[in-house]
Design a protein around this ligand. Structure first.
Ligand code: FES
Length: 99
C-alpha cells in the first residue's frame, strides 16, 4: 500500500495514516521511517498524537512508551506493545507491506 511521497512524508516527524480499516502512526526519526499500529493497547489513544523521545514514542493519554523500531512495549501500560510494519522505499515513494 502506498503511503506517499518520501520527500513529503519527511516533513513531519510523527503523523497519522488512516485507511478504510487500519490506523497507523508513521514516524520519521534520524533519517529513518518507522510504521506502527496507531492504537495504544491500554485505552486506544492514538499514538500519532503522542511524543517522540529518542527511539521511543509516548502515548498522549497515560504515557505508555513503545520502541519506535519494534513496537515493543517499554512500560507496564504498554503491554506487549503494537505491531511494527515493514516499509519499503521505491522510486521516491514510501510503501507498506501489509499482511
Ligand atoms: S491509552 Fe495509552 S497509556 Fe493509556
Amino acid at each position: 500500500m502506498l503511503l506517499g511521497s518520501i520527500e513529503e512524508l519527511k516533513k513531519t516527524k510523527i503523523q497519522c495514516i488512516e485507511t478504510a480499516d487500519q490506523s497507523f502512526v508513521l514516524i520519521f526519526q534520524q533519517n529513518q521511517f518507522y510504521l506502527l499500529d496507531n492504537l495504544c493497547p491500554h485505552k486506544a489513544a492514538a499514538l500519532c498524537d503522542g511524543e517522540i523521545y529518542g527511539e521511543e514514542i509516548e502515548c498522549p493519554w497515560h504515557k505508555a512508551r513503545f520502541d519506535i523500531k519494534t513496537g515493543h512495549g517499554l512500560s507496564p501500560l504498554a503491554g506487549a506493545g503494537v505491531k511494527s510494519w515493514p516499509i519499503i522505499e521505491d522510486g521516491g515513494q514510501l510503501l507498506v507491506k501489509l499482511d
